[in-house]
Design a binder for this molecule. Structure first.
Ligand SMILES: NC(=O)c1ccc[n+]([C@@H]2O[C@H](COP(=O)([O-])OP(=O)(O)OC[C@H]3O[C@@H](n4cnc5c(N)ncnc54)[C@H](O)[C@@H]3O)[C@@H](O)[C@H]2O)c1
Length: 335
């Protein structure tokens, strides 16, 4: 029997890649997404009889209840407001969406589980940002959670909700804390797509502070493969870090992009840093790698070339998206 998977937020960046990835692996994929400004249109989803789309906000418990009665084998829970800068400009929206939608999901599962034994296993997608910043070394799964932004704090709250429903109400949950993703379908307001698109146009590219902050970058296809590993060998009530070990300063990342575009460094525009900007993210992913025999395949220098090619191919569509959000500076906490 083919396994059925529900992806929440399957029209976002990781979601769109994951929908396509799992359809190619032979799963029956259901996607529920409220469709926001960052979502990709349905034309980017597979033309397949195994793909189903539902447009609604998962905070709507009535609609969610009806959908979850399908008793999916897996839920891959991605739906969230995800842009740190936007969480600085409007924290309340982030807390309301990210906390309310998680309560709705787990509460609905709890109620259904009381009536009929659910098959459903939840793969709850979280972020390395729940640990905050680390000067040297790397975070392990038992490191302290210490969040700096409304985004990361809303994600830590989401994890907490998931854990409590798992411990108290026997909902099967595995939490994945994943580092920064890049690749096709990421919204142009995020750092890498913004830099590529501005690079194409030979426009100035803003860089926060002196560009010294360090991120651990993982190619989105590697993330999809990691999630697929968990589908194949689910472990309940476990937290895993998933990273690439490729820790690069934002300035170096931007220089790699500009080198690939044959664009001059003089287009780098250093701008005022954002408040609460974590300096360095670094994950120790040994637990996940050992358990699942997984290793990220795409080195940053290769992945960025593929990413640039994708943005080049989809330039016209991306222009319409850029017009919608006006390509302005976010996350300054100024009126
Ligand atoms: N992108 C990364 O680098 C990264 C890294 C680690 C973890 N994550 C996590 O992975 C998940 C996906 O990230 P992304 O970059 O694809 O985000 P994204 O912002 O591109 O996509 C999120 C999608 O979720 C949908 N959504 C949000 N709230 C919803 C709700 N209440 N009901 C239904 N749909 C809703 C949005 O419409 C959007 O399509 C998020 O939970 C994020 O915190 C992302």
């Amino acid at each position: 029997m083919k396994k059925s998977v529900l992806i929440t937020g399957g029209s976002g960046f990781i979601g769109t890649n994951l929908v396509n990835h799992l359809i190619n692996k032979g799963y029956i994929v259901h996607n529920v997404d409220k469709i926001s400004d960052v979502s990709t249109p349905e034309k980017f989803k597979p033309q397949s009889k195994n793909y189903f789309f539902y447009k609604f906000d998962i905070s709507n418990k009535l609609k969610l209840n009806k959908l979850l009665k399908k008793n999916f084998h897996f839920i891959i829970h991605l739906a969230a407001e995800s842009h740190v800068d936007r969480s600085i400009d409007g924290p309340l929206k982030f807390y309301l969406n990210n906390v309310k939608s998680n309560l709705a999901l787990y509460e609905t599962l709890r109620n259904l589980n009381k009536k009929t034994k659910l098959l459903t296993k939840v793969i709850h997608i979280s972020t390395d940002e729940v640990y905050g910043s680390i000067k040297k070394g790397s975070f392990k799964e038992n490191s302290m959670v210490y969040t700096s932004s409304p985004y990361s704090s809303s994600k830590a709250s989401s994890e907490s909700i998931a854990q409590s429903y798992s411990e108290t109400f026997n909902i099967n949950v595995c939490i994945l804390r994943i580092t920064n993703n890049y690749g096709p379908y990421q919204h142009p307001e995020k750092f890498i797509p913004k830099s590529i698109l501005r690079g194409f146009d030979k426009k100035k590219i803003p860089l926060y502070g002196r560009g010294e902050n360090i991120r651990e970058w993982i190619y989105v296809e590697d993330t999809c493969e990691a999630i697929h590993k968990v589908i194949k060998k689910f472990t309940n009530q476990t937290i895993y870090n998933i990273g690439s070990n490729e820790r690069i300063s934002n300035l170096k990342t931007l220089k790699i992009i500009l080198n690939n575009l044959a664009s001059p460094y003089k287009n780098i525009l250093f701008v005022k840093d954002r408040p609460g900007h974590d300096f360095r993210y670094a994950l120790n992913s040994r637990k996940f790698k050992n358990k699942f025999k997984w290793k990220n395949k795409t080195k940053f220098t290769k992945g960025i070339v593929k990413t640039i090619k994708w943005y080049n191919k989809n330039y016209d569509w991306l222009q319409t998206i850029r017009k919608k959000y006006k390509d302005i500076r976010l996350g300054k906490n100024e009126v």
